[in-house]
Design a protein around this ligand. Structure first.
Ligand code: MG
Length: 156
């Protein structure tokens, strides 16, 4: 088995959509980034790549490559899953922590987790999603994500 850890953080700004776990969430502020800036899917992508010993998201999908401008980050996640499979590993479980003060995730949690399960092709009970605040300690608005994955070797 292999475990992988991923982290990402994006600043929140006006005039951008807020997309988390592949779901658009109603919000006055969205995440700034070259792609759709889905910090949750970026952290999961890096966790998968790390578990399989592959190069990280910034190397595989450079943020100065026009092909990825405004890209749906599900593309990065699907590519990482496929690269893991090519190395003989299948995703067994994923766990994700979002860190943000705004907006509240609780009303959207089930929808986000179900979409993660769909994108990861896992049953929802093998996908964890938690949201934590900064307890008001952050002077800037942002969303950070920490992801952990467990991969199993083919046939195990
Ligand atoms: Mg990112």
């Amino acid at each position: 088995m292999r475990v992988g850890l991923g982290f990402d953080l994006h600043r929140m700004v006006a005039g951008r959509k807020l997309i988390l776990c592949g779901v658009e969430i109603p919000s006055e502020l969205g995440l700034l980034g070259h792609s759709d800036a889905d910090v949750a899917l970026h952290a999961l992508t890096d966790a998968l790549l790390g578990a399989a010993g592959l190069p990280d998201i910034g190397i595989l999908f450079p943020d100065d490559d026009p092909r990825y401008q405004g890209a749906d980050s599900a593309l990065f996640l699907q590519t990482a899953l496929e690269l893991c499979r090519q190395k003989g590993y299948n995703l067994h479980q994923a766990d994700l922590i979002l860190i943000l003060d705004y907006p509240k995730i609780a009303p959207h949690r089930e929808k986000l987790r179900d979409n993660l399960a769909r994108l990861l092709r896992l049953p929802p009970e093998r996908v964890g999603l938690k949201a934590k605040s900064t307890e008001g300690l952050a002077s800037e608005k942002f969303v950070a994500a920490i992801a952990q994955v467990l991969l199993l070797e083919d046939g195990s």
